[in-house]
Design a binder for this molecule. Structure first.
Ligand SMILES: C[S@@+](CC[C@H](N)C(=O)[O-])C[C@H]1O[C@@H](n2cnc3c(N)ncnc32)[C@H](O)[C@@H]1O
Ligand SMILES: *[C@@H]1O[C@H](CO)[C@@H](O)[C@H](O)[C@H]1NC(C)=O
Ligand SMILES: *[C@@H]1O[C@H](CO)[C@@H](O)[C@H](O)[C@H]1NC(C)=O
Length: 428
């Protein structure tokens, strides 16, 4: 494939040892295509206007092509020209940089396959239609609800713990996955408080550490709570975090208690979000797609600027980089507790954090989006920064058959790379 200029900066091709690490987590390296709006068609013009308008159109198209070549946005190749019309952008210059992901020690991955996920969708969609909380702005949308349900159902834990309940939607999701299992929910405000204002879910068989009984996850005496709930084997417990706390802090607290199956809802990309996330922690220069150049005239800077036009949550190089070209975390900050705390950290400390995380992980698995934006019409997250969707591009038949056309676009907006971690039983 020919490009006007190499679209990967030397920095990204230096990856060396990890260049082909876990291809399933990184984008397919189809370079040189970029989303371009299709041109309007001219069916209705009269014959007398045909020739002048055709010439005008050709001139305009030529100007557009010249401008785009000058900006290095397009590389025409024989097989690739159709991709220029794709809005989705998964095969874009930007995506070809790859996205960082945490490496697990032994290269283990999850047991489930895409086929299992599609079968799960088939089962979950009618359940999701019966959700008690239809308006869950600030809470989970469809993708993550499915992910949590699927993981809980696959693992079949003896106990599920959630931190961050809001109106109780995720409690309801866990309950759908395991109708008779115990749930512990920690949240400063009891979900029943929301009942006064509208829909909320309070589970009859859930132990709430909420309202006046609230205790932060890190302060709970888990040994005695586990005993009370008859849990002898901590590998039978699933912990779900949706409390916008520093995920390194939560991971250390979970390790201390001995939990081994963790799900983090908001696994924000570098430069975004209100707490230090696993994705951010593992964003390192030695990982494909990781580490960033703050150089304002780089390929990455150009790609980011372009992506920002299409995706609301995409960040450009100015937003990514703070003082002293600090790109890690959010502009060199380690955010915690809904951004109430945002401590600057050094690059060395950030690097050590990823080494620590990788040393305790057996599995790091990011939930893919359910479907591409060409089908869901979501415009918030940049698909080039996410794994390939479960339903492939172009499979409108499947999307429709599953009943996904019945949902409003807004339920697909909340995707933030939810991640499942399996902690090594031998972790310190
Ligand atoms: C994004 S909402 C959770 C959404 C919910 N999981 C759902 O499915 O819709 C975050 C919640 O975390 C709660 N929260 C704040 N600090 C917390 C803490 N230290 N521990 C647990 N929850 C906390 C907030 O009160 C809020 O209800
Ligand atoms: C409540 O949880 C207990 C313990 O898991 C279980 O035995 C019981 O069947 C549950 N009750 C209901 C109504 O689901
Ligand atoms: C987070 O806090 C910092 C410092 O207080 C502030 O500059 C920034 O705008 C905040 N960001 C968000 C998204 O709230």
């Amino acid at each position: 494939m020919l490009c006007a200029r190499p679209s990967r900066s030397p920095r990204f091709s230096e990856g060396g040892e990890d260049d082909d690490y876990d291809e399933s987590k990184t984008r397919k390296t189809n370079l040189c295509s970029f989303p371009v709006r299709p041109l309007p068609n001219n069916n209705n013009i009269t014959k007398s206007l045909f020739l002048p308008l055709t010439i005008l159109t050709i001139v305009i198209v030529l100007i557009i092509i010249i401008v785009m070549f000058r900006n290095n946005l397009v590389c025409i190749t024989q097989s690739d020209h159709l991709n220029l019309l794709r809005m989705d952008g998964s095969n874009s210059d930007f995506g070809s940089l790859g996205v960082p992901c945490c490496r697990s020690k032994l290269g283990q991955t999850v047991e489930w396959t895409t086929k299992d996920l599609i079968m799960g969708l088939e089962e979950f969609i009618p359940i999701y239609e019966t959700r008690p909380i239809k308006n869950n702005v600030f809470g989970m949308g469809f993708d993550h609800s499915f992910g949590l349900w699927f993981i809980a159902r696959w693992l079949k834990p003896d106990l599920m713990i959630e931190s961050g309940a809001f109106k109780g939607h995720s409690t309801w999701v866990l309950r759908q996955a395991m109708p008779e299992m115990q749930i512990i929910s920690l949240s400063p405000r009891h979900p029943k408080k929301y009942l006064k204002k509208g829909a909320a879910y309070v589970d009859e068989n859930c132990t709430y550490f909420a309202g006046k009984d609230f205790i932060d996850f890190g302060s709970v005496d888990w040994k005695s709570v586990m005993k009370k709930h008859g849990i002898l084997d901590l590998s039978r417990v699933l912990v779900f975090f949706d409390d916008h706390q520093n995920e390194l802090k939560r991971l250390k607290q979970a390790l201390k208690a001995g939990f081994q199956h963790l799900v983090f809802e908001d696994n924000y990309d570098s430069g975004t979000g209100d707490h230090y996330s696993l994705r951010q922690i593992c964003d390192q220069s030695y990982i494909r797609g990781g580490g960033h150049s703050c150089f304002r005239d780089s390929d990455e800077a150009r790609a980011r600027m372009e992506r920002k036009k299409f995706w609301e949550k995409a960040v450009d190089i100015e937003e990514l980089c703070g003082e002293g070209d600090s790109w890690w975390g959010v502009r060199g900050e380690m955010r915690d507790d809904f951004n109430h705390s945002n401590k600057e950290i050094s690059h060395a400390e950030h690097f050590q954090n990823s080494r620590f995380v990788e040393s305790v992980l057996d599995v790091y698995w990011e939930l893919p989006p359910v479907a591409p934006s060409s089908l869901t019409h979501q415009t918030r997250y940049d698909p080039a920064r996410a794994p390939d969707p479960i339903i492939e591009d172009g499979r409108f038949d499947l999307f429709k058959r599953l009943g996904l056309t019945n949902f409003e676009t807004s339920v697909f907006n909340g995707y933030t790379q939810m991640v499942y971690l399996k902690i090594s039983p031998t972790a310190p």
